[in-house]
Design a protein around this ligand. Structure first.
Ligand code: LRH
Length: 492
């Protein structure tokens, strides 16, 4: 039975996962997990990609140690937007910056001044966001690092390049940059040049998910047991891998729920209207030519940063905090979880309290009430986003799939069912790794189509159903209050 290896890198942690496919079902087991700790350096917040490379290489070696079986292939997915600049020796010119570094403050206005908002959206399908690669590169204007650099690489292709010596950027990760032509699915050299970004840096091919990159080198950090194993350009964007692994059988909306909440629909074509741009929807590339028409929501980052703030005085696990939230009264303090102020790190409980005050909501008095307020507000924003995606695309979703870490949060899943009034199907929690593995099985010819991938997920890890509660009056009136709140501010 073929064994595939997935490297799945998230903002909080990374892991290497083995997937065994028997032709019907996929069995997944984790070989190695490691922390991803950003570095606050004098010149800003960076990712420690050298440590990540050492960890993923050790993880790949651990995944095959003790087995005579040879891995059929490996694939790498990671979060979007961030990138590395490499010198002519293929080494780093600097540690890649974190998308939450504040050097992009005010820079979206400079992007806009060079390529008008409507044209930029029509070409790239991406609205103006501070985290976009385009914004980050414009923020680097005048830096000698850009002169020194010879090559630009998104993070999944950086690690694959270091493993194989070959550089391929897959459509899905390229589409988070705001530098890819969403229709042609190639780098948009017109946009790149007008933004003042050196076009000579874009050396890697842009290719569909499933494209072979090359074999792992014999001298590589992953060790001799991996030498020659082909690396496949999977859906390199973690969200695209997660969406590919949605066990959907009917027209669906989705929430890929982790640090971020990516909420939207899968479409055959991008929606490039002014209305979609104004509502903040991205047209990210998906597997098999699909479009992920979604909005980047701030997500469980709110909960992660609150927990970190409470950790010293009142340490609690996520499970304990969620249980306290389930006991707290519902729909008391609603706020817009996508208020841009939440993007940056800082005192999150104080910021949420401030947002509640600003919206004339009661300030949550304890962690249970605060977490409840976060989950209620996320569920309301999921509905808001899904309904807008439907109105903008003219499609409807019968069910809502939640995949990723948030699928393990039964309170969030039930609230999403109650507020949206639609059945919620939750899981798999490990959708990013599953999507990564199944795109490899597809590239190997073991699966024929995206619906085939999804059928494997349904058989291997059936989702958990949450039905909307029979009496939805409270949820409806809460949503009415939420709507009035978000429509009164201009963040959407
Ligand atoms: C989620 C994610 C998201 C954004 C972001 C920065 O992990 O990839 O889709 O692109 O991180």
């Amino acid at each position: 039975m073929p064994v595939y290896l997935a490297v799945d890198l998230g903002a909080e942690s990374g892991r290497v996962v083995r997937g065994t496919f028997d032709g019907e079902r996929l069995t997944v087991d984790e070989a190695h997990r490691f922390a991803n700790r950003p570095m606050a350096l004098p010149d800003g917040l960076h990712w420690d990609v050298s440590t990540l490379f050492a960890e993923l290489s050790a993880g790949l070696a651990a995944a095959v140690s003790g087995t005579a079986e040879r891995a059929a292939s490996a694939g790498i997915d990671a979060w979007g937007n961030d990138f590395a600049l490499l010198g002519a020796d293929d080494g780093l010119v600097c540690d890649p910056w974190h998308y939450r570094d504040r050097r992009t403050d005010g820079v979206t206005a400079r992007v806009l001044a060079r390529v008008g908002a409507a044209e930029l959206y029509r070409t790239t399908g991406t609205p103006l966001l501070p985290i976009n690669t385009a914004t980050q590169l414009v923020a680097m204007e005048g830096s000698p690092l850009l002169d020194e650099a010879d090559r630009f690489a998104m993070l999944p292709d950086l690690f694959a390049f270091w493993l194989t010596g070959e550089h391929v950027t897959d459509h899905t990760i390229a589409s988070t940059s705001q530098l890819m032509d969403v229709t042609a699915r190639t780098w948009s050299l017109g946009v790149i040049e007008r933004l003042g970004v050196p076009a000579r840096l874009f050396k890697g091919d842009v290719a569909p998910p499933g494209t072979p990159i090359g074999p792992i080198g014999a001298a590589g950090a992953a060790g001799a047991a991996l030498a020659g194993v082909p690396v496949i350009a999977v859906a390199g964007h973690d969200t695209a891998s997660a969406v590919a692994a949605i066990p959907a059988a009917a027209p669906f909306g989705y929430v890929s729920s982790g640090t971020w909440s990516l909420v939207g629909l899968e479409l055959p074509e991008p929606v490039l209207t002014d209305e979609a741009r104004a509502a903040g929807f991205s047209n990210e590339a998906g597997v098999a030519g699909t479009v992920r028409f979604l909005r980047n929501g701030i997500g469980l980052w709110l909960l992660q940063r609150c927990r970190a703030a409470w950790q010293r005085a009142a340490p609690a696990s996520y499970g304990e905090l969620t249980a306290a939230a389930a006991r707290a009264p519902g729909f008391r303090a609603l706020f817009d979880p996508d208020d841009p102020t939440f993007l940056w790190d800082g005192d999150m409980p104080a910021r949420i309290a401030e947002a509640c005050r600003a919206g004339a909501q009661p300030v949550p008095a304890d962690p249970g009430a605060m977490v409840r307020s976060i989950l209620d507000s996320l569920a309301c924003k999921y509905r808001w986003t899904l309904e807008r995606a439907e109105a903008l695309s003219g499609r409807t979703a019968q069910v809502v799939h939640i995949v990723g870490g948030g699928a393990a949060n039964a309170v969030l899943c039930q609230l999403t069912a109650d507020v949206t009034g639609r059945p919620v199907l939750a899981g798999p929690v490990e959708a990013t790794a599953v999507g990564n593995l199944l795109v490899q099985a597809w590239a190997a010819g073991e699966l024929g189509s995206l619906p085939d991938l999804r059928a494997v997920v349904r058989r291997s890890m059936p989702p958990r159903l949450f039905e909307p509660c029979p009496d939805r009056d409270e949820a409806e009136s809460a949503y009415g209050r939420f709507l009035a709140l978000v429509e009164s501010c201009d963040t959407n």
